[in-house]
Design a protein around this ligand. Structure first.
Ligand SMILES: [Mg+2]
Length: 581
């Protein structure tokens, strides 16, 4: 992978300076100790060999310790040691310096010029100095490497080698300061890979990591010199572009990035496309500091994703309001369960061959104390995004089972209760247990519960999905495929999945009598269901024409306003009473 040089941030510089200073003084101290010891050893060896040490010898030991070591230290810091010739050259320089000083001292005191008083002594000095110098230098080199490595780790993402969030934040702050002085514009982009979660879940983390590496590399190739790209975490990347005088400049680069990341990725023999969404904020119009710019780029990114992903979006001031609204809504949603603000409405399902009600679907409604009813279309996506769908979904399941048992206990003919299951809820490891508990606690028999799953469930972990569905089927619970025809179900999935029923999406039923395509789709679904021995129910049936068409294609069950809209439990009780009278 191509490596780029990124300017270090202020705290990185400080950190490196401190580490270097510590290393330097540590080196100096150790060299002093080492050379003082060497000088002492030298003097002792000489005594042992029968030589006598004169005043010059002691002076020389002092000189080595006090003067030569800082010089040696400087040599090491200048990295002269890393060359293979460095160590012997420096050792030789030390010896020569010491000899020169020795000669100078002798000349001062005695007036004689004597070089290399004792060859054996000089050789001994070389033998002791060279390896010692080398060992100390190697140790210092190791330490410097460690400092560099730690600094790299603290400021880079290990997987992609890109700068990390910390470094990005710091360099962005510096660039903003620079832009302030030079009165230039710059832009910040937040890039998020679309569908990355699916990739990770389907192919595993190792695969996902490879994709991230490849994406990081592509991003780097798309930049101009001076632009910086960093990994923010997960599948999010940030980048800033210097001197983007016109919105056009940023736009061109955003388009280039979309193109680069939009090309198929080929990893471990699989070829797939992920695409990306980009949020852009410009300095100074969208914010004058790094935090505001990042926050606004994030808001723009959120909007880009909200608009169907695979696009880029410039920040606009009014966006903040909708984001705030979303946050408030999230807060409310958090409290809604505790405050008992959810209720269920029930919509009858009818067998049109016999004109009898044979089931119902439980549909959640949120009755907010101030706003009144908030439609599921508004809060379910938010609940899914925040994970609140798990407790909310469990509440729906338990309440619906309990209510069905209440009607059975009141003596009405037992019928099935259909409950919608979100893919997130379904993929929870304890989902089967949650269903079992709801049945046990309510006392409802499993054959009176029907779970409506969507085609989206089948997108990942197909084997686990089949296993879970089979377990539920074995218990006696019915499974139906909701909104059939809108997703990606293939015939092979349908054959593999242990389901009982297909629920034709409302959108096909709506135009059944006007749009020949929709009519053809329904006929095809009926034929397929017939050959797979699946029941079919059509939802959203509102008119007599739709009803007679469905009768004509032998679609046995329907649900829709033509019979009844979803109604609260009390009204449903009245309906049951009227029907059984
Ligand atoms: Mg449904």
């Amino acid at each position: 992978m191509e490596k780029r040089n990124h300017p270090p941030g202020p705290s990185q510089e400080k950190w490196e300076t401190t580490s270097r200073a510590l290393a330097y003084y540590g080196l100096l101290l150790r060299l002093w100790c080492a050379f003082a010891a060497a000088a002492l050893v030298l003097l002792s060896i000489k005594e042992l060999l029968g030589y006598s040490n004169d005043l010059f010898d002691y002076l020389r030991a002092l000189i080595i310790s006090l003067i030569v070591t800082p010089a040696l230290c400087a040599a090491i810091r200048k990295r002269w040691f890393w060359h293979w010739l460095g160590t012997p050259l420096i050792a030789a320089a030390i010896i020569l310096t010491v000899e020169a000083l020795d000669a100078a001292l002798r000349y001062l005191f005695t007036g004689e010029v004597i070089w290399f008083v004792d060859t054996k002594e000089t050789l001994l000095l070389i033998v002791l100095t060279a390896p010692m110098t080398y060992l100390v230098a190697a140790d210092i080199y190791q330490r410097e490497q460690t400092v560099r490595q730690l600094s790299y780790l603290a400021y880079h993402d290990q997987l992609t080698g890109l700068p990390n969030r910390q470094m990005f934040q710091e360099t962005l702050t510096l660039s903003i300061d620079a832009a302030k002085h030079s009165q230039q514009q710059l832009s910040v982009m937040l890039i998020d890979l679309d569908r990355f979660k699916n990739v990770n879940e389907t192919f595993g983390h190792e695969f996902g990591d490879q994709l991230l590496k490849e994406a990081a590399w592509r991003l780097q190739t798309g930049l101009r010199t001076g632009d910086v790209v960093a990994r923010q975490g997960g599948d999010e990347f940030t980048l800033y572009l210097k001197d983007t005088g016109q919105t056009d400049d940023a736009e061109k680069i955003a388009q280039k990035i979309m193109r680069l990341l939009g090309q198929p990725f080929s990893i471990q023999g699989h070829v797939l496309r992920v695409g990306c969404s980009i949020g852009i904020a410009m300095y100074p119009i969208d914010g004058e500091d790094s935090v505001t710019l990042m926050k606004n780029a994030d808001t723009a990114l959120y909007r880009a994703k909200d608009r169907g992903k695979n696009g880029y979006q410039f920040f606009q001031a009014e966006m903040n309001e909708t984001v705030i609204q979303k946050l408030i809504m999230e807060e409310w949603l958090n409290q809604a369960l505790e405050h008992d603000e959810f209720i269920l409405h029930y919509q009858p399902q009818v067998d049109i061959f016999t004109s009898r009600m044979n089931g119902m679907e439980a549909l959640i409604r949120w009755n907010h104390p101030r706003l009144g009813f908030i439609s599921p279309g508004e809060f379910i996506p938010l609940a899914e995004e925040t994970g609140l769908i798990i407790p909310i979904g469990e509440w729906v399941l338990r309440t619906a089972c309990k209510q069905n048992k209440v009607w059975q206990a009141a003596g009405f003919t037992p019928i099935k209760m259909a409950v919608n299951i979100s893919p997130i809820q379904f993929h929870q490891p304890d989902f089967v247990q949650v269903v079992l508990r709801a049945l046990q606690d309510s006392g409802l028999e499993p054959q009176y519960l029907e779970l409506e799953i969507t085609e989206g469930i089948a997108m990942v972990h197909v084997d686990q999905v089949i296993q879970k569905l089979q377990t539920l089927r074995d218990l006696g619970v019915h499974i139906s495929m909701d909104d059939f025809g809108t997703g990606y179900s293939s015939l092979s999935y349908l054959k593999k999945f242990p389901i009982n029923k297909l629920k034709i999406a409302q959108q096909f039923v709506r135009d059944i009598t006007d749009d020949p395509d929709d009519a053809a789709i329904i006929q095809a679904i009926m034929a397929m269901a017939h050959s797979l021995k699946l029941n079919v129910i059509a939802e959203g049936v509102e008119t007599e024409e739709q009803l007679s068409f469905l009768l004509g294609v032998k679609c046995r069950e329907i649900q829709g306003y033509i019979f009844s809209k979803p109604i609260p439990a009390r009204e449903f009780t009245s309906l049951l009473q009227r029907l059984s009278a």
